[in-house]
Design a protein around this ligand. Structure first.
Ligand code: PEP
Length: 256
């Protein structure tokens, strides 16, 4: 059975007090389930607070970005080894907000993916098309280009310790979710891109969906055969919502 993951992406939200309340609540309400990982990805200044708070719990934590370099004169950057030093498990790579707002290219994202793995972190490679690209019939080609950049730089074996997140740009923070069928089609395509090089590895690859997942739509999206959990933005800031989404992933796991 494939491992499932629900990861919260807090984006640039939080304060010490708000995080404390949220993490305390999550630790109380999220029940550990075999085969289902639950992670929160917080802004850099709060990672140490999150690490301390989650120590000894079933939840793990991740970062939202990292440098493609391991050390050196890169003012303002945070490296993979620094994150690993604090016990970081996951790191988002190529989130659409980084691609669009910070101009991150496929090449840079592939380099960040490699940097994460060098440091022993699990990269969550975010891919997805814009609305214009979807309407232009380019969804498959865009996903292929984004995945190929990483396959070319790191090789297919690198996907053995990685997660892919399908995040259609038009569904992130918009309240507009991909239908379960749209998500399934994209996930199947992503799996087939990896399967073309290693079918066994592709069958084991965790591919999560992100884009306006809420307690009300999580169950049907997570029940799709190639959807292995979610990357959750807005709803991960509300303890009851994130807990309900984790429960939906656990229920989908049991149905398999
Ligand atoms: C995200 O930030 O990765 C995301 C999916 O956001 P939201 O759930 O708010 O659409």
């Amino acid at each position: 059975m494939r491992r499932r993951l629900v990861a919260g992406n807090w984006k640039m939200h939080g304060s010490r007090a708000v995080n404390l309340a949220l993490l305390s609540s999550l630790k109380r309400s999220i029940v550990p389930i075999d085969g289902l990982g639950v992670a929160v990805c917080a802004p850099f200044p709060y990672l140490s607070q999150v690490a301390d708070s989650l120590r000894g719990s079933s939840l793990v934590w991740g970062a939202q970005d990292l440098s493609e370099h391991d050390v050196g004169p890169y003012t303002g950057e945070v490296s993979g080894p620094m994150l690993a030093d604090f016990g970081c498990a996951y790191v988002l790579v190529g989130h659409s907000e980084r691609r669009v707002l910070h101009g991150e290219t496929d090449r840079q994202i592939a380099a960040k993916f490699g940097a994460a793995q060098r440091a022993g972190l699990i990269p969550v490679l975010c891919v997805g098309e814009t609305l214009e690209q979807r309407d232009g019939g380019e969804m498959q080609a865009v996903l292929r280009r984004q995945v190929d950049a990483v396959l070319k730089a790191s090789g297919v074996a690198a996907f053995r310790r990685a997660v892919v997140a399908y995040e259609p740009v038009w569904a992130i923070g918009t309240g507009r979710t991909a239908t379960p069928a749209q998500a399934q089609a994209a996930h199947l395509h992503l799996r087939s891109l990896v399967a073309a090089q290693d079918a066994g590895l592709a069958a084991e690859l965790t591919i999560v969906y992100g884009g306006s997942v809420k307690p009300g739509n999580a169950k049907e999206i997570f029940s799709m055969p190639d959807v292995d959990g979610g990357l959750i933005g807005g709803a991960s800031l509300v303890a009851e919502d994130f807990t309900a989404i984790c429960s939906a992933a656990a229920a989908a796991q049991k149905q398999e």
